[in-house]
Design a protein around this ligand. Sequence first.
Ligand SMILES: NC(=O)C1=CN([C@@H]2O[C@H](COP(=O)(O)OP(=O)(O)OC[C@H]3O[C@@H](n4cnc5c(N)ncnc54)[C@H](O)[C@@H]3O)[C@@H](O)[C@H]2O)C=CC1
Ligand SMILES: O=C(O)C(=O)[C@H](O)COP(=O)(O)O
Length: 373
Amino acid sequence: MRIFADENMPLVQQFFRQFGEVSLFDGRNVSAAQLQDADILLVRSVSNVNAQLLQHNTKLRFVGTATIGMDHIDQSYLAARNIAFSSAPGCNAQSVVEYVLSSLWCLADKYQWQLADKTVGIVGVGNIGSRLAKALQALNIKLLLCDPLRARNEADFNHTDFTQLCTEADIISFHTPLINSGSDATKHLLNAQTLAQLKPDCALINASRGAVIDNNALLQDLSRAATRRAVVLDVWEQEPNILTALLPYVDIATAHIAGHSIEGKARGTEMLYQRCAALLQQPLQQQLQQLLPVPAMEKLQISANFGLPDVQNLARLLYDVRRDDAILRHYLQSKGFDWLRKSYPPRREFSSLQLCGKVIPDFLPQLGFSLAQ
Ligand SMILES: NC(=O)C1=CN([C@@H]2O[C@H](COP(=O)(O)OP(=O)(O)OC[C@H]3O[C@@H](n4cnc5c(N)ncnc54)[C@H](O)[C@@H]3O)[C@@H](O)[C@H]2O)C=CC1
Ligand SMILES: O=C(O)C(=O)[C@H](O)COP(=O)(O)O
C-alpha cells in the first residue's frame, strides 16, 4: 500500500507505516504526476484535491485532510469515483480557542478594556464557536451567537441574526466554514456594506478562512479616519500572497497558525489514522497520547487564592499570540508566508499542564485546563 502525505503532517510516519510505505510531498506544489501511485492520500488545507490533481491516479482508495476546513476538497468528485474521504472534525478546535483567548487578552491589555464589559459576537457556533462560547462564559463575558443553520435545526438555539450582531457587538470572532454560494454563503460575509453597520470601534477577529472577510473592503474601512477598530487576522484572502497593505492596521497578524498547537495538528493525523484503520479493517496499533512529546511544564500547584484575574498569567505560560505576530512581521518579507507555517515554533495546549490543588475553580476546566490525576 502506498501512502502519500503532506510533509507538514506530524507523526504521519509513526501512525501510517503500519499500512505501507509513506512518501512525503510539498502540499502547496504537489502535482498529479507525483500522486499517480497513491493508494492513500493525506493532505492539509494548502492542497486542492480535485479532478485535475487526481487525473493520473486510478487506484486511490482514501483521501484524508488533517484539517477541520474542507473547502479545498472536491467531495462530489471523490464520491463519484467511490474514493472514501475524511476530514478531522474538531481536531484543532481547542487550539483556535486558545488563539482567540490570547488575542482578547492582548487587546484588553493594549487598549485597557475590561473584557467583562464587552459583548462578543461569535459567528459560526460549531466545534470552535461553541467551545469559545463556553470559555468566554467562564470569563463572564456577554455573548451574541449567530448560526443560521443551527437556528433552523435547534429550537432552543439562541440565534442573533448577523445584521443585528453587526450593530450590537463590541468584538466579533468568525468561526464559519468558507461557503462560496447559497443562502448561507460566508464568502465576504463581512464586506463594505456589513462593515459600515459595525460600531466604529467594534473589534474583529478572523481565524476561520480569509475570504470570510473581503480584505480590500477591510483595508478601505481601516484606512478611514473615523474607524478605530482593533483587528486580529490569522487567515487572509489569497494565502500565501496576502494583502500586506493591511499589516499596519492590524493589531495581531499571524500566518494561519491558530490551529497549529502540537496537539491540534497531531490529533488531525491520528483521526485520519483511525479512519484508515477502519477502512482497511486493521487493528489500531498507535495512540496519540503515547507519541506526544513530554511538555516542558507538566504540573502546576494552584492555591486557594487563584481567581479569574490570574487566568491570563496562567494562559501566558503556555501561549502568547504576540510571539506569532512578531515572527510574521519580522520574517514575512524575507522568508514568506508558507515558511512561517512550516517553521512554526512548538505550542502546547492548556490541557498539557495538569493543575494540582485542593480546590480548582470551575472556570479552569471550562477554559480547557486539565486537573492532575
Ligand atoms: N485558522 C485556523 O487555523 C483554523 C481555521 N478553521 C476554520 O474554522 C472553521 C470552523 O471550524 P469548526 O467550528 O470546527 O467547524 P464546524 O463545522 O464544527 O462549525 C461551523 C459552524 O458554522 C456554521 N455556519 C455555516 N454557515 C454559517 C453562516 N453563514 N453564518 C453563521 N454560521 C454558519 C455551521 O452551522 C456550523 O455550526 C473551519 O471550517 C475552518 O475553515 C478551523 C481550524 C483551524
Ligand atoms: O483545520 C483547518 O481547517 C485549518 O485551517 C488548519 O488549522 C490549518 O490547516 P493547514 O493549512 O495546516 O492544513
